[in-house]
Design a binder for this molecule. Structure first.
Ligand SMILES: Cc1cc2nc3c(=O)[nH]c(=O)nc-3n(C[C@H](O)[C@H](O)[C@H](O)COP(=O)(O)OP(=O)(O)OC[C@H]3O[C@@H](n4cnc5c(N)ncnc54)[C@H](O)[C@@H]3O)c2cc1C
Length: 433
């Protein structure tokens, strides 16, 4: 089958429009983020959001009936590669996590009433949301271990549990909570999703967890990660999102395309770090030459270029496979890029920091922010190790152990078989001697 990652000229013009908006408006705004604060930033991006809507690029991950573009994954990927270079751009384009993923879940599994009440205001930017699955007491990398419970009580569900790392939880208007509804069911059918209004009695915001990204205690900031206790939280039956027991299925449908978008965003960040590294290699001199004249730095540049190209092609291939064959057929490719892309992002940013020396470590350059961002990429959305194991399992399914436990390529056995196959030839060659 022919691989084709081409896009029509009209879409290339849209990409060029996005690149120009990044250069002229979004990247300059980045430097004022601290001074503007969240309110100021929102004011600054509002006119840009209008331009994005006028271009028909708002919330492009959704289908046209929900105001999106119905772009396939290849186009979305190319778009995320441009926008990923700045953390502000997704806000401008209506595809910032976790709202983008949550809007996909609502679009996928929501009832018409849930779409009216939550999805449409979310897309309009009137509501904020969070996805509340990971728990401090159980391994997030194995969500079948979830302990948060939702128990049916008459027409209601009552939720009890302890979550953390619910991004934007402390500023969210509603939370999508994953809870076990049938502990006796098969592991992947035990949990369901619920839409919980943040002001429901029993939703207790414990704190925002300080992280490598925001190392100082703060509360209620955009991008913070909330620790939340759900104590006897009573929600109506209409809060169930999708079918009972379908929590994992819905999460998977959201996560697969989301991983392609993550990887393309990472490539946008890594390319920006790479550009900084190359620029630095040309003008900084040490030990008799520009840094780019030293073999080690040349190696870093060449390795980074190769890894970026490989990660980009792998990601576009995964996107193309999802577009042409469906999400299940692309599972291996998506797991592959999740850990490979996160590693490439990390390594390229790390080399760029190193080439800049002390300046790279300082906040005078965006590299240190990128480095912290890159570190998280290896953990969220499934740690590297889980995706590696998944790829290996899928690869191994394509192989069979030899019945006699002799390697297929074992030369003595192959030679013996070949002797029989070519007995006549061998006899004639031997008799010629
Ligand atoms: C920036 C950020 C944002 C996040 N946002 C959200 C959010 O919005 N909502 C939400 O619910 N969660 C969120 N999370 C949580 C995230 O999904 C979890 O941290 C992740 O799933 C890992 O779970 P854990 O932290 O419990 O680590 P654990 O499951 O305890 O894993 C720890 C380590 O164990 C190792 N490990 C695990 N399994 C295997 C294996 N099979 N083989 C070998 N080694 C293994 C890995 O090295 C792994 O890193 C976020 C996390 C971060 C860092």
């Amino acid at each position: 089958m022919t691989w084709d990652f081409c896009t029509e000229p009209e879409f290339e013009r849209k990409l060029e429009w996005m690149r120009e908006l990044m250069r002229s408006e979004i990247l300059p705004l980045e430097t004022l983020r601290g001074e503007l604060g969240w309110e100021g930033l929102q004011q600054a991006v509002t006119p840009l959001q209008r331009q994005v809507r006028d271009q028909g690029l708002w919330a492009a991950h959704l289908d046209p009936e929900l105001g999106g573009q119905g772009f396939g994954q290849v186009k979305l990927g190319l778009m995320h590669e441009v926008l990923g270079a700045s953390p502000i751009a997704p806000l401008v384009f209506g595809n910032a996590a976790p709202d983008s993923g949550n809007s996909e879940i609502l679009a996928l599994a929501g009832t018409p009433e849930q779409k009216d009440r939550y999805l449409h205001p979310l897309l309009a930017g009137d509501l904020k949301s969070a996805f509340s699955m990971t728990e401090p007491e159980t391994a997030g990398s194995d969500p079948t271990l979830l302990r948060t419970r939702a128990v049916r009580d008459g027409d209601d569900w009552v939720i009890n549990g302890h979550k953390w790392f619910s991004t934007n939880g402390s500023i969210a208007d509603f939370l999508i909570v994953m809870a076990v509804t049938d502990p006796e069911a098969r592991p992947h059918s035990r949990a369901s999703m619920f839409i919980v209004d943040a002001d429901t009695p029993g939703v207790e915001m414990v704190r925002d967890v300080a992280t490598m990204e925001h190392p100082y205690e703060s509360y209620g900031l955009y991008g913070n990660h909330a620790e939340i206790v759900y104590r006897d939280v009573r929600v109506p039956a209409s809060a169930l999102l999708g079918a009972e027991g379908a929590g994992f299925l819905i999460a998977q449908q959201r996560l697969y395309p989301g991983r392609i978008h993550h990887c393309m965003r990472w490539l946008g960040v890594a390319r920006r770090a790479f550009d900084m590294m190359c620029e630095r290699a040309l003008y900084r001199h040490a030990h008799g030459s520009a840094l780019g004249g030293h073999g080690v730095v040349q190696g870093w540049i060449a390795d980074s270029e190769a890894e970026l190209s490989a990660a980009r092609l792998m990601t576009l291939h995964a996107a193309w496979k999802m577009d042409t064959q469906g999400v299940l057929q692309a599972r291996k490719e998506i797991a592959l890029i999740k850990f490979y892309g996160a590693r490439v992002l990390h390594d390229v940013v790390d080399r760029a920091v190193q080439v800049h020396g002390g300046l790279g470590y300082s906040t005078d350059l965006p590299l240190e922010t990128m480095y912290r961002f890159a570190r998280a990429a290896r953990i969220y959305d499934g740690p590297d190790e889980v995706h590696r194991a998944s790829v290996a399992r899928q690869v191994l399914r394509g192989y069979r152990a030899p019945a006699d436990e002799v390697p297929t390529e074992f030369i003595p056995a192959r030679r013996e078989a070949a002797r029989q196959q070519f007995a006549e030839l061998l006899a004639s060659v031997t008799s010629n001697d």
